[in-house]
Design a binder for this molecule. Structure first.
Ligand code: AAT
Length: 276
């Protein structure tokens, strides 16, 4: 045997396992167990309370897709807020976008940032970028304290357990709406359309009540339950499907491109059904 098996309990009746060469760190923080594993199939992997958050092998798909769809829908995404995302992958994508002047990352757990800095340098590469400001705080509180300030707010949160529960509530989305400028855009990771149908449906319906435009789009993230993953956008003014694809700046990406931007909004029938 080349290593030991790490298993994630993806639902109460489904486990996924991967062969692990070593545990680079495993530490209990105030909020969760923070671990970085070195695995054979995915390379290094950030694991919080035994749940896979991101891996070196497939992180580009999630981080490009949670960031670039909104950044290229807004014509001037100068001031961006990221809630969660303590691994820094979303921050890396946001800071390297040419239109962005400032990116604020609000992560509740300092230990996630520390672990990523130390063990995931390819992902946590932008913490010291001149455009970046790092705040260790609860994203819910931060949003309540800011009004009419951000062009884009990205909610890169853990699954809806513990401190992340409030990040999926309608009341929180109203606060986000208030923290955005009058043409602002919110985007949130909203889990699996296969295993979290109710969440996908309820977040979409909440955003539909609050924002002029509300849309779900998809990407495939192999290390997440079921692979197929939802992102939900609420926009005050700009429609992500009306973007002039020729105006998207050339970006050095591995997944996202203008055709993917467009195609990501095409939903299979079973997902469209969830949004009715
Ligand atoms: N970039 C992909 C990684 C994540 S991690 C999500 C982060 O959200 C965690 O570091 C967690 O500590 C942080 N977080 C949770 N609640 C809050 C809060 N209230 N305020 C600020 N940060 C918070 C996302 C992975 C998605 C996994 C899907 N299975």
């Amino acid at each position: 045997m080349k290593g030991l098996w790490f298993s994630e309990l993806q639902t109460s009746t489904l486990k996924i396992s991967c062969m692990t060469k070593s545990v680079l760190c495993s530490e209990q923080s105030q909020y969760q167990n923070v671990a970085v594993l070195d695995t054979l199939p995915y390379g290094r992997m950030l694991v919080l309370d035994d749940v896979i958050q991101t891996t070196v092998k497939d992180e580009f798909i999630y981080h490009e897709m949670i960031s670039l769809v909104a950044l290229n829908t807004h014509p001037f995404p100068r001031n961006v807020l990221i809630i969660g995302g303590g691994d820094g992958g979303t921050l890396r994508e946001v800071t390297r976008h040419p239109a962005v002047e400032k990116a604020t990352l609000v992560e509740i757990d300092e230990k996630v940032i520390e672990a990523s800095r130390k063990y995931l340098p390819q992902i946590g590469s932008a913490f010291d970028d001149p455009k970046a400001e790092i705040v260790v705080a609860d994203g819910i509180k931060h949003v309540q304290e800011h009004e009419n300030e951000y062009d884009v707010i990205i909610i890169d949160s853990t699954d809806p357990v513990g401190p992340a529960v409030g990040l999926f509530s309608e009341d929180f989305y109203r606060q986000v709406h208030r923290a955005l400028k009058d043409d602002g855009i919110l985007v949130a990771q909203t889990e699996s359309p296969f295993f979290n149908e109710e969440l996908v449906s309820s977040v979409y319906k909440s955003l539909k009540k609050i924002f002029a435009i509300s849309k779900v789009y998809l990407a495939t993230v192999p290390s997440y339950p079921g692979g197929l993953w939802c992102f939900t956008m609420g926009s005050k003014k700009y429609d992500p499907e009306q973007v002039d694809l020729e105006k998207i700046p050339p970006l050095n990406t591995r997944y996202y491109n203008p055709q993917i931007h467009k195609a990501a909004f095409v939903l299979p029938n079973f997902i469209a059904e969830l949004l009715k």
